[in-house]
Design a protein around this ligand. Structure first.
Ligand SMILES: *Cc1c(COP(=O)(O)O)cnc(C)c1O
Length: 344
């Protein structure tokens, strides 16, 4: 029996259509700009986001890094959320590699950064201060239970940024989950940001890769920076081929992931000893807390594991489950019955 892996949507295997597209892809040396499949994927990403240009990168982390490096000079400051992936999970790349100073503000539970909190941290021209250059947003917001940031909020932050002459970079690792959940076009969701990174390798099920989209000039700069950090690839069209299939075929099915997330969340919320805020479950990510008189978090985890169910413990007694293409309705039923059996 295969395991039910709810640790992340990154565990998804390529689809059959991706495997054949990868095998048959026409490729060339992308550092020379000669990979037709890769060029085609970049054009497709630019079209979808309605940005002038796009660049393929091996990972979301590299996409965020080169975006921030392209926006900022050494000593510049970036405003970002205290629960953002860039701040928590990207090895401090902006500081270590770019000499760029992060200035964190608290994330609200819905993933937003309050405008008055932003107002407080924007630097003035005082001689003591590093200059604020950009704001980073995250949509959907991973550590805020996969919250999608709505269009109206994106517009508000854009107005604020404009007033203060700041840029905006969007960590849109799961931007298509946001677009699907909010029922808006992805282009309108990113129209107010200067650059956006999104991942092909998560819910969209491609094996490798992310894209950064922005103006032609910005992407030219990003291309140089990608080379600098070792991300210039050769016959990467084999990867891009899967990415094209991801954008063509795998966006609509994200809806199913969101429905199953809802179903799992509702079931978990009904189990004594598990705490979960149902209202916050809007995409494919669920966070819940174990608060049980007899069962310890480790025992709960190993009980699930003995039934071949994998989830992540993010904090002591706080668990994350992520829905994706390879999880079926029957498996959700099974997960719920295993949880009930363990905690009853
Ligand atoms: C996964 C993720 C990234 C980084 O992507 P990798 O491809 O794993 O480097 C960035 N931001 C968010 C919100 C993510 O979930």
């Amino acid at each position: 029996m295969p395991s039910i892996d709810l640790r992340s949507d990154t565990v998804t295997q390529p689809t059959e259509a991706m495997r054949s597209a990868m095998a048959e892809a026409q490729v060339g040396d992308d550092v020379f700009g000669e990979d037709p499949t890769l060029n085609n994927l970049e054009a497709m990403a630019a079209r979808k986001t309605e940005k002038e240009a796009a660049i393929f990168v091996p990972s979301g982390t590299m996409g965020n890094l080169i975006s921030i490096l392209a926006h900022c000079a050494r000593g510049d400051e970036v405003i970002l959320g205290d629960r953002s992936h860039i701040f928590l999970n990207e090895v401090g790349g902006m500081s270590a590699l770019g000499g760029i100073h992060p200035h964190i503000v608290p994330n609200n539970d819905d993933g937003t950064l309050a405008l008055d909190a932003l107002e407080k941290v924007v630097r003035h021209t005082d001689i003591h201060y590093p200059p604020t250059r950009i704001i980073c947003l995250e949509n959907t917001h991973n550590y805020c239970q996969g919250a999608p940031l709505p269009l109206g909020y994106m517009r508000e932050v854009a107005g604020f940024a404009k007033k203060h002459s700041l840029g905006i970079h969007l960590d849109g690792a799961r931007i298509f989950n946001a677009a699907v959940a909010l029922n808006v076009d992805v282009a309108s969701l990113v129209q107010h940001v200067d650059s956006v990174m999104f991942c092909l390798s998560k819910g969209l099920s491609a094996p490798v890769g992310s894209l950064v989209c922005g103006t032609k000039q910005f992407i030219l700069k990003a291309r140089k920076l990608r080379k600098m950090v070792g991300g210039g690839m050769r016959q990467a069209g084999h990867l891009a081929a899967a990415g094209r299939v991801a954008l063509e075929n795998q966006i609509e099915p994200l809806k199913k992931d969101h429905q199953l997330a809802r179903q799992l969340a509702q079931g978990l919320a009904d189990i004594t000893g598990l705490e979960l805020n149902l209202e916050q479950v809007k995409t494919n990510i669920i966070f819940f807390k174990l608060n049980h008189p007899k069962v310890e978090p480790e025992a709960f985890l190993s009980h699930l594991e003995s039934e071949k169910i994998k989830i992540l413990m993010i904090d002591p007694a706080v668990f994350r489950a992520v829905l994706h293409r390879e999880i079926s309705q029957e498996q959700i039923v099974k997960v719920l019955s295993v949880c009930r059996a363990c905690l009853d």
